[in-house]
Ligand binder design. Sequence first.
Ligand code: F6P
Length: 536
Amino acid sequence: MSRMFKKTKAAKKTAANFMRCDLPEWAELEQHASAMLDTHIHDLFARDAQRFEKFSLRLGSLLMDYSKQRVSEETIRKLCNYAKACDLPDWREKMFKGDTAVNPTENRAALHTALRAGADAKIVIDRENIIPKIQCVLDKMHRFSDEIRSNGRFTHIVNIGIGGSDLGPAMAYKALKPYTDQNIKVHFVSNLDSSHLTSVLKQVDAKKTLFIIVSKSFTTMDTMVNAQSAKEWLCKEIGANSAEDHFVAVSQNVELAKKFGVKEDNIYPLWDWVGGRFSLWSSVGLSLCLALGFEQFRAMLDGAKAIDDHFNSAVMEENLPVIMALIGMWNRNFLGYDNLAIIPYIQNMSRFPTYMQQLDMESNGKSTDKNGQPIPYDTSPVIFGAPGTNAQHSFFQHFHQGTTIVPCDFIACIKNTDSIGDHQTRLLASIFAQSEALMEGKESDDPNKRFEGNRPSTTILLDELTPYSLGMLIALYEHKIFVQGILWNINSFDQCGVELGKVLANQIIPALLEEKETKAMTGSTKNLIEIVRKIS
Ligand code: F6P
């Protein structure tokens, strides 16, 4: 609860230094929280037989049960009042319209929603409707995936990219494995550690391998170094002339992609209004599209669009991403919980927590507001997670009896196409048991066997994991994160915090290679460099 109730006492409030926590609605929430801190979720259930009906929402095949959160009807009312005071509906409209005010540091729109809006939509940026150019790239992806899936020319696809150019397609490829073409195996290489690339190269047949270099900027060191090494390997294996046809690029920087040696026709464009971590729906999803086929890829976009439409039209009290965001904020800023665990009870979704780490923490891990003022309240929680039931046998001890309360998002599917015997029944029993145990706790005379309970969780149930329902789930979290950015008045669409490390790495490389003096490094770093020089 590091900065829970801290506020800066500004002598005079101006528009520029007026903070979200200066809103009367924030103060009301603070007051309400002190009353709720002693409330047990168990008692909230005991008082209201309709609690589940009141605190759960459904959209198609997705159900979100937040009745096990420590919230009352008054909490939700006050949170919605706060969201209105932050002009949430207005900001939502701005994002969908492509207003650059949503990303003031980069002066860019954030239009991932346009990527799934469909051919009939109209979104105008700089006096141009961007929908036809999105459709044009989708059509190109459609033609290419039909071709690759029918001609058997490539049996291995290697996606080289990092961050948003890796995590989304890698997560979704694994999640949707049952829907993929078994004759095409997709590999993902992201890490600068060459073991990642070499382990993949050992598995593929050079003549039948397509490399997709995915980098919005086409300057990211990790990706460029891997791409260059892959190119050298391929040229050696099949000759430089043939290698050319084995490379495709996905990038906003067409010139650098051409310079790298990718044929213009093999370059899939991106636009500056697509943020890296929100880019799965664009040509960044090409490897996934090749594996799934275009129809299923489109189904994923349609699932996301269903959430977009809901987010745009549902009243706040019944709006899934809004409620999810408000509960996250309530837990973070008013109950003082610093973490959020995301636990999918679906083995194929094992990469979902990692994907969510970038989506949430790169977006909302900020401490300066949109006016450039340092903010006195907490923002993005620390996100972590692992698939249930494995997580139960590693860190759940802490969840049940540890000193840090960690709110959980439990995610499960009712049906599992791969199910054997009674696995699925037992799996679902496990997830429900965990949320019940966390909430209810258990009395015991033996302190070692006592469970305090009152630990909050949300359960998200999908009928089945399909491209459509996965699209819904991802978009739900995307919008949750956007809403929280508005609630905290931060820019969710830049990532200035990742730059410093990149700059320093570029200064250290020559020091390691050429034994040059490093500029302004601390004694620790200088000594570490020295040790490496001596040994390597
Ligand atoms: O980590 C910083 C970052 O810019 C991410 O936001 C992005 O997803 C990743 O690097 C990769 O960037 P690019 O697609 O330009 O290679």
